[in-house]
Every structure is written in C-alpha cells, then in structure tokens.
Design a protein around this ligand. Structure first.
Ligand SMILES: [Zn+2]
Length: 77
C-alpha cells in the first residue's frame, strides 16, 4: 500500500483514476515492479518498491513527466 502514500506526494498526479496495473521487471534493479495506467491524464506510472525506482510518462506522447531512481533524479517541470 506504499503506492497510496506516494500518490499523495505527487501533486502532478491528482486527481487520478487507476485504469489498469501490470507486473513488470524493474529497469533499474531487475526485480518485480508494477506499472499503472492512469486514465484521467493519460499517464503511465512505473514503480519498483524494492529500489525506489519511479517513472511517470505520458501515455500519448511518451514524454517523461517525472522520474526517480537511486542516483538519478530528473524533474522537467
Ligand atoms: Zn527496482
């Protein structure tokens, strides 16, 4: 349930509607991660609870909205 806490910390993601979730492998550490499709703003969110990897992209343009990984931090806006 860490995801709910994290959503509250992300002002760019409110409000949102969770459309679908998918299990993937984390691109940072390779362990189990999850990808969420948020329908309200056409957002795809990938998060790894193990290494704190976070990637939020626009589903329509593919543009990175917010990204975080241990040692890497980027916030375009
Ligand atoms: Zn990871």
């Amino acid at each position: 349930m860490n995801f709910l806490i994290d959503f509250k910390k992300s002002p760019t993601l409110e409000p949102f509607t969770l459309q679908a979730a998918q299990s993937i492998h984390c691109p940072n550490c390779g362990s189990h991660a999850e990808r969420f499709y948020l329908s309200d703003r056409q957002i795809v969110r990938t998060q790894c609870p193990k290494c704190d990897y976070l990637m939020i992209t626009c589903a329509t343009s593919g543009k990175v909205i917010e990204a975080y990984a241990p040692g890497i931090y980027a916030q375009p806006f």
